[in-house]
Design a protein around this ligand. Structure first.
Ligand SMILES: [Fe+2]
Length: 291
């Protein structure tokens, strides 16, 4: 790939914006590798500015990084969100506070208004999420990212060693109970498909860097601990993970394509924009089993 684009750091944690690159030009393996390296060097957060993409192009770019949830070589997301999937593109999950002409939602409203790592309740959770901001408010609707590698690194050696052998249970039921209106939740989502046990400290498959891998949105408890013990430890970890020093706050511009790594970040979508129209489309790459 001819390097005629600019990379500018947005936060000391690594997140960077890329200006002057049409992601449709990322085709050959060399270009894909270059983007993957940049991504890893950027705390797993790259913002490609000013993209003009069809759903097909959004999907094609995302597939460079692995199979997609909803795609021909992947499993679908949980049934409860099926109503928000693009009717013509099963790989695209829609986020919006708008409705169509017959009043049906154009996407999930107030999606992700809690700290989480996408799809962490599956055996193979998301690696990349690739979110395209097609319509965003002038102010508000920011997305917060907490860097879970920086948070891990900041712990004492004793705490790191304490956490390393632990495992946590992730369960979509946690979000279903707190984030979704009763009639929307589909019972089939509780057959065990959306529950998984993962290490509390995971090692990144590309870089070997370690990160905390628990989140209040989907983690139900620490495996083998009593309810109170688990709540105390997780409470400490959640407070630590979301310290301001570990947070990058993304202020959206229209046509941003934001690719983040769920293996080294948790995120929170701030719902502070009222009725200001907002419409985003997300593809989600299926990652490896956390180790
Ligand atoms: Fe999310």
């Amino acid at each position: 790939m001819k390097r005629n684009f600019h990379v500018r750091r947005l936060s000391p944690l690594g997140p960077s914006e890329i200006i002057g690159l049409d992601v449709n030009s990322v085709q050959d393996q060399e270009a894909i590798n270059e983007i993957r390296s940049l991504w890893n060097e950027s705390g797993g957060i790259l913002v490609f500015r000013d993209q003009d993409l069809t759903p097909e192009q959004h999907i094609a770019f995302s597939r460079n990084f692995g199979p997609l949830f909803g795609g021909p070589d992947g499993v679908p997301l949980q049934d409860t969100v099926s109503r928000y999937i693009h009717p013509d593109y099963p790989e695209i999950y829609r986020v919006s506070n708008q409705v169509d002409t017959v009043g049906a939602p154009l996407g999930r409203a107030r999606a992700g208004t809690y700290w989480h790592s996408d799809v962490s309740f599956r055996e193979r959770p998301a690696s990349a999420s690739v979110l395209y901001g097609k319509q965003v408010p002038n102010v508000g609707g920011d997305t917060l990212f907490a860097n879970t590698q920086a948070a891990y690194e900041d712990l004492s050696q004793t705490m790191k060693e304490t956490l390393t052998p632990l495992r946590a249970v992730h369960d979509f039921a946690v979000a279903a109970a707190t984030q979704y209106a009763k009639p929307i939740v589909i019972d089939d989502d509780f057959d065990g498909t959306n529950r998984a046990v993962h290490p509390v400290v995971r090692t990144h498959a590309d870089t070997g860097d370690k990160a905390l891998f628990v989140n209040p949105g989907f983690t139900s408890h620490l495996y083998g601990f009593s309810v109170n013990e688990s709540a105390a430890l997780l409470g400490f970890l959640y407070g630590h993970l979301t310290r301001p020093e570990f947070i990058y706050r993304h202020r959206w511009c229209e046509n941003d394509l934001l690719m983040w790594d769920n293996r080294m970040n948790i995120h929170y979508a701030v719902a502070d924009y009222g009725d200001a129209p907002r419409y985003l489309e997300r593809t989600t790459v299926i990652g490896e089993q956390p180790r």
